[in-house]
Ligand binder design. Structure first.
Ligand SMILES: Cc1cc2nc3c(=O)[nH]c(=O)nc-3n(C[C@H](O)[C@H](O)[C@H](O)COP(=O)(O)O)c2cc1C
Length: 240
């Protein structure tokens, strides 16, 4: 199994410890690639829209984003982690996700995403972990991922791992170990089931692309859909 992890912070703090607890159970059966933000994608989207109109390969940050994209497309499991910063994922995570706007369903979703599984791990001191998770879930689901499991923790004690009561640390760790064990039992040769929401988004985007193609047959996104056969009878998900 291949796992690609996107960490929203470089800090080896609470989020890191929780992520490690999850990954430790999978190390013996997985090939793991990790990215730490902002180090591995330091630039902000400049809004030039070249990725939408021409090609993602022309992005000023392509040397970073293409590496991340390849690792994400190659993976069986995507793991996204973030602490809550003012009720959201970190700015570094948002900056990375902005670079993949062109992969949203109304543009050029990658076929590989439709059968993938994803896990999101967030934590906050009191509140905001769930909305931080939603920031990442929004992108994952609009990229076409159907199977997304979220683990969100409220520390309610301290933000330094060693100062969090032992009982609380054990409870969080146990939950993530159990999540990892479920992942371990999953047959990753079989793609995840594509759910109805993903299919509805696909069909809405398909209708939009067909209309755009009538007006401008040279439109980049339309040609992508056409070349994939999606404006015809082909679908990006396996028939399951
Ligand atoms: C800039 C910043 C903003 C934060 N915002 C929130 C918040 O809105 N709600 C909350 O409960 N905790 C908040 N926290 C605490 C974090 O969610 C987290 O618990 C803490 O930073 C420890 O995580 P880490 O060691 O993984 O960085 C914030 C922390 C920072 C540094």
């Amino acid at each position: 199994m291949k796992i690609t992890v996107i960490n929203a912070s470089e800090k080896k703090g609470v989020t890191y410890r929780l992520k490690e607890a999850f990954l430790d159970k999978l190390r013996d059966c997985a090939d793991i690639t990790e990215f730490y933000l902002p180090r591995d994608c330091p630039g902000f989207c400049a809004g030039c829209i070249t990725c939408f109109s021409k090609s993602e390969k022309l992005c000023k940050d392509a040397e970073y984003t293409q590496k991340i994209e390849r690792a994400m497309l190659d993976a069986d499991l995507l793991v996204f982690t973030s602490p809550a910063y003012v009720f959201h994922a970190t700015g570094a995570m948002k900056a990375m996700l902005d670079h993949f706007g062109y992969r949203w369903m109304p543009h050029r979703p990658a076929e590989e995403m439709f059968g993938k599984r994803a896990v999101i791990i967030t934590q906050s001191l009191g509140a905001g972990g769930k909305s931080a998770a939603k920031d990442m879930k929004d992108s994952l689901s609009w990229w076409g991922v159907s199977s997304i499991k979220t683990y969100s923790f409220r520390l309610l004690s301290d933000v330094v791992w060693d100062k969090i009561p032992e009982k609380k640390r054990a409870a969080m760790t146990e939950k993530l170990v159990s999540a990892a064990n479920k992942i371990k039992k999953t047959d990753h040769n079989r793609p995840a089931r594509c759910n109805i929401m993903t299919k509805l988004k696909f069909y809405a985007a398909r209708m939009m692309q067909k209309n755009l193609g009538k007006r401008n047959p040279e439109y980049t996104d339309y040609n992508y859909w056409k070349n994939n056969g999606w404006t015809g009878s082909k679908r990006p998900w396996k028939q399951n």
